[in-house]
Design a binder for this molecule. Structure first.
Ligand SMILES: Cc1ncc(COP(=O)(O)O)c(C=O)c1O
Length: 381
């Protein structure tokens, strides 16, 4: 018996669909990519210019926490967007939010601790927890409730099985659900009452369609806040993000970063600092997503996909496909092979009910949405 006999580690199916889609593209097939959550456009032109100019001197490690200029820029961002003062000493620059999860779990929680996440949720949460030998508790959220997590749902799950941390994203992947100020306040208050460490994944901040994004930092300094340049700033491949830490976790997290990753990539830190000043560019992209959101939501509904109101934020439509199949993986594979439309099966996000769901990303172009809908119409007929 291997020592991994109890592992629940799963592939990241979106990445597997992407790999197959790329292989088909290499054979000359025309593929419409709605499987991965990444903007199709590059970062703002000034970001590229700054990186070009910095190339000759960017070969060295930076300070483990990241360049002070970038951390000062992030402190300015919190002041401007959220009206909160954040000491740059509390900020650690990371390789996307992905490495921040590792630092967050290892820095804040005892070995073997349990962390709660929503189901459906971002697949890497469970897989990262599994890989690091932490436990996971899943809190179900439903389409009927707009996929929103509530304090009551947290309490009910905790009563069934205690946990030490809660990792929560708003807006969320794959549902796009976002809580408002009152909703986030209730979640944070519930965690405090239960003695649960709150970890706020704010990677889709800036991409709320119903109002400004609300940060956990607006409710105090006890949460671990994780964010990234991947989505709003169109920088997925630059692998750059950050975390804001409560006072008591700064030193331990810094030591973990020194040893696990040394520092985030220098060039990407330079790019990120410039990107912070290019929000107008990001707002233009957001307007495109907002248009796609409308087109895709209405189009999918018209074809018989089960979908409530357009998502609150991010760039995903999480649809019920039970009118067509009871096996979303098979559905996505056939869809890709037969029509060239790449989408992600719900089993990535929900190991219990995911066979009934498929996620479509609307981060691409308007033309991609139209093409996808046209091909889907032929497929589901
Ligand atoms: C909710 C959520 N968190 C984190 C990530 C990881 O992003 P990155 O490591 O590029 O910052 C993603 C990527 O899709 C995501 O959807």
């Amino acid at each position: 018996m291997t020592r991994f006999a109890n592992s629940t580690l799963q592939p990241f199916f979106a990445m597997e669909i992407l790999a197959r889609a790329k292989a088909l593209e290499a054979e000359g097939r025309d593929i419409v990519h709605l499987e991965v959550g990444e903007p199709g456009v590059p970062p703002a032109p000034r970001v590229i210019e700054a990186v070009r100019a910095a190339l000759p001197e960017a070969q060295r490690y930076t300070n483990a926490k990241g360049q002070l200029k970038l951390r000062l820029g992030l402190a300015d961002y919190y002041r401007a967007q959220h009206g909160v003062a954040v000491d740059p000493e509390r900020i650690v620059v990371t390789m996307g939010s992905s490495s921040a999860f590792i630092l967050g779990f290892l820095g804040a929680l005892e070995a073997g601790s349990k962390i709660a996440v929503t189901r459906p949720g971002y697949p890497a949460y469970l897989n990262t927890l599994d890989g690091l030998n932490f436990g996971a508790v899943e809190i179900p959220v439903t389409a009927a409730d707009g996929w929103h997590l509530t304090g009551a749902a947290i309490e009910a799950s905790y009563a069934r099985e205690k946990f030490d941390g809660l990792l929560f994203a708003s807006p969320a992947n794959p549902t796009g659900a976002a809580v408002d100020r009152a909703g986030l306040g209730e979640i944070i208050a519930t965690c405090r009452r239960l003695g649960v460490r709150f970890i706020s994944d704010e990677i889709y901040h800036g991409l709320d369609y119903r109002g400004p994004s609300v940060s956990a930092l607006e409710f105090g300094d006890d949460a671990i806040v994780i964010n990234s340049f991947s989505k709003y700033y169109c920088m997925t491949g630059w692998r750059i993000g950050w975390m804001v830490l409560p006072e008591d976790l700064i030193r331990r997290t810094e030591m973990l970063q020194q040893n696990l990753f040394i520092s985030a990539p220098t060039l990407s830190q330079i790019a990120a600092r410039v990107a912070l000043g290019e929000r107008e560019y990001s707002e233009v992209q957001k307007a495109h997503y907002a248009e796609n959101r409308q087109v895709l939501t209405e189009g999918l509904r018209g074809l018989g996909f089960g979908l409530g109101a357009a998502s609150d934020g991010a760039f995903y439509a999480y649809t019920d496909v039970s009118a067509f199949t009871n096996d979303s993986l098979d559905f996505c594979k056939r869809l890709l092979e037969q029509t060239g439309v790449a989408a992600t099966p719900g089993i990535d996000f929900d190991r219990v009910d995911g066979r009934r769901f498929v996620r479509f990303s609307y981060a691409g172009t308007r033309q991609a949405m139209d093409q996808a809908l046209e091909r889907l119409a032929g497929f589901v007929k």
